[in-house]
Design a protein around this ligand. Sequence first.
Ligand SMILES: [Zn+2]
Length: 328
Amino acid sequence: MSLKPWLLPVWDTLRMRIDAQRFPHALLLTGAIGLGKRELAAALVARLLCTTPRSDGFACDLCRGCRLRTAGTHPDRVTVTLEPRDDGKLRTEVIIDQIRALGERFASRPSFGGWQVVAIDPADRMNVSAANALLKTLEEPSANTALILVADDPARLPATIRSRCQRIELRPPDPATARAWLIGQGIVATAVDEALLLADGNPGAAKSMLDADAGRMIDALISDMNDAALGSSLVAIAARWGEQDCDILFKVLARLVLLAMRASAQTQALPRVAAMTRLTAQADFRKLQVWWDHLNLARARLPTPLRKDLAIIELLDEWRAAMTAGAA
Ligand SMILES: [Zn+2]
């Protein structure tokens, strides 16, 4: 096992705390998707269950603890995650029964005399009663138990839980590390800088965007925005957008507008951002910002039941108004 290079400093800190018997009772791992928090959590779980770790601190993958872990039958390891409902569909929340079962586990001693390791992922999907039940566990920590919470959106966790966890927030690495890693993944150097800019310096997210051929999607988006501003049918564009994952689409749009706003203050811009800036040439910074607010509002409303196509048409209409007002 190994980790992405930017995870190694935090890994070293945490594994030394395991060696020193000072591993936190509850650890909360946060940071943007793509930075590797789940990878780090898996390495920690493996290390805690391994009886003969390697010199670099990683689990040996050979001992009895490691073999039971890889077989999925280690008695001291619990994973709490979203489970299927009776109808087979995945629940959208972690529920109280799952956390209660955890409390019962904590009441018994570890089977192998080592650590009892519990990972809750996604911890930010615990519903209110589940979170309250977990709070009780956090208030009465049992010895040799390690609770690892993984959350994409830690703000959704109650403050009472956050305050009882040691929080590790992963951040994007320095640009040189990010570039070197992406090139090591086989990405051509010319595509790396743009992808990192669009992904806000997050190498894992940049890789996902490149894998999903996001460049093509962005080109299509920009062309649609241009058409909308020039008077094309908004209904047709909305129908096209509605077929896509709107969460991703709005996120990419928000990022593009943000970069266009920044680019209006700087001269240097990458080709796609430059296209966005050309597109917004008639609009000033303030108009872009107003539209950016509209976009974020629409994004926040996405999970609520609404006519998606209407929301998109409204947004495109606001965009057209922003692009044409004052252009004469
Ligand atoms: Zn081992």
